[in-house]
Write a protein that binds this ligand. Structure first.
Ligand code: HEM
Length: 167
């Protein structure tokens, strides 16, 4: 058995629980549920940066937001490298067999997730490689809301992929 087939078989073994979606019984992968949970946690770690949730407290609060964003990025990176990238490469050929809507959902997830990861690394690195109190991240503030939105879109499309059992 080739390595790719072996990994596919391994991923399939996780698909042993099920949910009802649109009247159809759809497999729900326990590994996918763990990934979705970690993704939801990572998105919530970014919430203290949002205008609605920022409280008074100035620089200290923003530094806390910086630490939480760095932690969110670590979680996002781990789930991407350990589960999503291997699953994507194993299932790559079968994406061509999906319906247009399903394949759009997969590509939306891949593109927004990758963009959020790259922008997140750029923002966090621009802060972490200088003394933290200098808040060099503030120069990248204009990038943060687009990054947050892409992060959220990738989470929602990932949840749809899992719920519908597209991959
Ligand atoms: C994955 C990385 C990050 C994301 C997705 C993110 C997200 C956000 C969001 C959505 C906002 C609100 C933007 C707005 O008001 O238009 C914001 C504000 C801000 N964030 Fe981040 N952030 C990240 C990393 C960081 C880091 C590492 C720092 C460094 C401490 C930081 C410092 C700030 C500052 C200074 C503001 C502006 C606060 C203000 O104007 O009152 N962010 N962030």
């Amino acid at each position: 058995m080739s390595r790719a087939r072996g990994e596919l078989a391994c991923l399939q073994t996780f698909k042993n629980s099920s949910s009802v979606f649109g009247g159809m019984v759809v497999p729900l992968s326990p590994m996918g549920i763990v990934v979705l949970f970690l993704q939801i946690v990572s998105l919530f770690l970014l919430v203290p940066g949002l205008p609605f949730f920022r409280r008074k407290g100035g620089k200290r609060n923003l530094i806390r937001h910086g630490y939480l964003a760095a932690l969110a990025l670590v979680l996002h990176t781990i789930t991407m490298l350990v589960v999503m990238v291997p699953s994507f490469s194993v299932n790559f050929d079968s994406i061509g067999d999906l319906s247009i809507l399903q394949s759009l959902t997969v590509w939306l997830h891949v593109v927004t997730g990758t963009a959020a990861e790259i922008l997140g690394i750029f923002i966090v690195a621009s802060w972490a490689f200088k003394p933290l109190q200098q808040m060099t991240c503030a120069r990248r503030k204009w990038l943060m809301m687009p990054t947050f939105i892409m992060w959220a879109v990738s989470l929602i499309s990932g949840a749809v992929i899992l719920a519908v059992g597209i991959i």
